[in-house]
Design a protein around this ligand. Structure first.
Ligand code: COI
Length: 355
């Protein structure tokens, strides 16, 4: 498919934000990639154009029944101003899994990768220079057909927008405090917990707000059936170092198959560390905290990167982790992943795509 390009005029371009105070998702670049879908016609009208409002019918089905999916990946500025992408293909393939689950049309991954590259060529200047700051890439698909019947829509919009970002959490890359909720659940077996659909995040906000009111950064979800097995954190997968074991919950169908999660498992295994994908109860974690075998907890995600956890609160029981400090494995994984993402270390798994 041909991808058109319609550049914004010089006077429409914004000045770039201060890289020392980017936060997360506050700034958006000057251009975006857009592609349309109509049943019978397929995907068409792919264009890189100036960032602007969409015109959307108030009855657009995404607004009513939530056929909306998204992804998150990043571009990094390495040595000699070289720009790198981390596992873009894996992100778009995962997005097609989300599309299939939500009865939305799958898209050609090659076209979208090409559209992203075209967009980034135009927006290179938006990839931050400061270490730790990156350009967050947000591919999204929504149902645009107007109608109030509950069924798969026949029209969709796919778009990619770009946002220069710093750390996701206000703590930066320092340890975060996590509230374990037994009041709310995130996903049930057979549901949509394994895909990146907007409603999963909407449903998580109340628990996050209540946790924040108590001084916690995020929520740790337990399984919806027995409310005892660890699932994941609001915006990241979770790992535990207990004794000599590194444990993360298995991809049971109700947690997100994180690309950072997969990369971390691979790196640890490359180093000869055994990573077990197995069910773990919150009581097991608290007991390990009590008997001194709980060494580290950390989360993994595109936005969060590697985020050490310094404390858990479960039903008022406080479980301090590694004296609230970043653990050795979390630090090593963070450093290694960053070095690969910035093109500073060999990339044995071919994760990085150079622009
Ligand atoms: C990501 O890590 O890219 C995510 O999707 C988390 C996001 C909801 C902030």
């Amino acid at each position: 498919m041909e991808i058109r390009q319609e550049k914004a005029s010089e006077n429409e371009l914004q000045s770039k934000p201060d890289e020392s105070a980017l936060g997360f998702g506050k700034y958006l670049s000057d251009h975006m990639f857009v592609m349309k879908y109509d049943e019978g016609l397929g995907w068409h009208d792919a264009v890189v154009e100036k960032y602007q409002d969409f015109s959307l019918d108030p009855a657009a089905m995404a607004l009513h029944y939530g056929q909306a999916i998204f992804e998150g990946l990043k571009a990094y500025r390495g040595k000699n101003d070289q720009i790198y992408l981390f596992r873009p293909q894996a992100n778009f393939e995962r997005m097609n899994v989300s599309a299939a689950r939500m009865c939305m049309p799958e898209f050609p991954v090659d076209t979208v990768c090409e559209g992203l590259k075209k967009l980034l060529e135009l927006e290179k200047g938006w990839v931050p220079r400061a270490k730790g700051a990156t350009l967050y890439i947000r591919p999204t698909m929504i149902a645009t057909e107007a109608g109030l019947g509950v069924r798969p829509a026949k029209q969709y919009l796919f778009f990619i927008i770009l946002s220069p970002v710093g750390a996701y959490y206000p703590e930066g890359f320092d340890p975060v405090k996590i509230f374990v909720t037994d009041k709310y659940v995130r996903a049930v077996p057979g549901g949509v917990g394994h895909v990146k659909t907007a409603g999963n995040y909407a449903a998580s906000i109340m628990a996050a707000v209540e946790a924040q009111e108590q001084g916690y950064t995020q929520v740790l979800w337990l399984d919806a059936v027995e409310r005892k097995y660890i699932e994941e954190v609001g915006t990241m997968n979770i790992f535990f170092v207990i004794g000599d074991e590194v444990i993360t919950p298995p991809l049971s169908g109700s947690i997100l198959p994180g690309i950072t999660r997969d990369s971390v498992i691979q790196l640890a295994r490359d180093w000869g560390i055994t990573v077990q994908e197995k069910r773990l109860t919150i009581d097991d974690v608290l007991a390990a905290g009590e008997n001194g075998t709980l060494k580290e907890i950390f989360g993994t995600g595109t936005a969060a990167v590697i985020s050490p956890v310094g404390e858990l609160n479960y039903k008022g029981t406080i479980c301090p982790v590694n004296n609230g400090k970043t653990g050795e494995l979390a630090q090593r994984l963070f450093d290694e992943l960053q070095d690969i993402q910035y093109g500073e270390k060999p990339d044995p798994h071919n994760w990085v795509v150079q622009l």
